[in-house]
Design a protein around this ligand. Structure first.
Ligand code: ADP
Ligand code: F6P
Length: 320
């Protein structure tokens, strides 16, 4: 193998640049030429592909977002799109590709591998929702960003005697809500993985006020419902609260990657290239008990289950 491609796809995640840098630099050290595919699968199909060298990835390690840009491109779900993408790769003489992205991006990567094109994945998403890896690239930075926002929200809630319902990202997963909710001392954390009882939540917060608290914080995963909807549900039970909803939105995805994601991105990137170079395909790298391991895409989708290191069922134990 002489020439490989690298792309970022789906929602950007802090640390993606560190992974791209590592793919390029480790790739070069193995004698490979590395090509950057811009705008995810869209750029792949359009042939938006160009050579990137060690110098091009200088100064990106500490930057948020992705220097290769990203895109949502539903057309890639169809075989026609996938085959067009492979045609483009072959046109550029590219013999293997590293795909950095989340669950959807991994489906695309699996499709490329199934068509016989050597493909290795790097789990890069803030959601931490990929089976077989303890953490995805970007999750740690995002949780820290969210906690900083929640600390701020608490200050203003406490000044006004308010209850704040803060909606955080995560798609169908509650990991961001769980980690950030625990870290900010939320009165309630609501995630899709666990049934909740809105009356219990209302009562807990009410009790808090009775015992002298001057604020209440509910951290709500977007996969449950929106914050305005949740506020309505709370008000339907008790309209005596002074409630505000906050939707944190894309602030959670932006910003400089923290140390953990810089290191994780670098380790994932280097390993992914080594695997491609050794002839691997249809697999992704993973963090398993702090070691870099691998999983087959087929197992990620059909066999493995995402098991967060902080278990959802432990949730109540911490809300004391
Ligand atoms: P993420 O990778 O962060 O989960 P998406 O779910 O939007 O983000 O997926 C990113 C891209 O991966 C999609 O825009 C699409 O191009 C591609 N993709 C998603 N699902 C599939 C699929 N089932 N087959 C092939 N490609 C897919
Ligand atoms: O997958 C990352 C993520 O930020 C999810 O948490 C969120 O649901 C989604 O992407 C938002 O997507 P977009 O940036 O396309 O609005």
């Amino acid at each position: 193998m002489k020439r490989i491609g690298v792309m970022t796809s789906g929602g950007d995640a802090p640390g993606m640049n560190a992974a791209v840098r590592a793919v390029v630099r480790r790739g070069e050290s193995l004698g490979l030429e590395v090509y950057g595919i811009r705008n995810g699968y869209k750029g792949l199909v359009d042939g938006d592909i160009q050579r990137i060298t060690s110098g091009d990835v200088g100064g990106i390690l500490n930057r948020g977002g992705t220097m290769l840009y990203s895109a949502r491109y539903p057309e890639f779900s169809k075989p026609e799109g996938q085959l067009k993408g492979i045609e483009q790769l072959k046109k550029f003489g590219i013999e293997g590709v590293v795909v950095i992205g989340g669950d959807g991006s991994f489906r695309g990567a699996q499709a490329l591998a199934n068509h016989g094109f050597p493909t290795v994945g790097i789990p890069g998403t803030i959601d931490n929702d990929i089976a077989g890896t303890d953490y995805t690239l970007g999750f740690d930075t995002t949780v820290n960003t969210v906690v900083e926002a929640l600390d701020r929200v608490r200050d203003t809630a406490g000044s006004h005697g308010r209850v704040l319902v803060v909606e955080v990202m995560g798609r169908g997963a509650g990991d961001i809500a769980l980690w950030s909710g625990l870290s900010s001392g939320a009165e309630a954390i609501v995630v899709p993985e666990i049934e909740y009882n809105i009356e219990d939540i209302v009562n807990t917060i009410k009790e808090g006020f009775t015992h002298g608290k001057n604020q209440g914080l509910v951290v709500l995963a977007e996969g449950v419902m929106s914050a305005p909807e949740f506020v309505k549900e709370m008000e339907a039970i008790d309209d005596s609260f002074n409630i505000r909803d906050v939707v944190l939105g894309h602030i959670q995805r932006g910003g400089q990657p923290n140390v953990r994601d810089r290191v994780l991105g670098s380790r994932f990137g280097a390993k992914a290239v080594e695997l491609l170079h050794e002839g691997a395909s249809g697999i992704c790298v993973a963090l398993i008990d702090e070691e870099i391991g691998t999983n087959d895409f087929d197992d990620v989708f059909n066999k493995l289950v995402h098991q967060p290191k902080l278990q959802f069922h432990e949730l109540n134990k911490y809300l004391i």
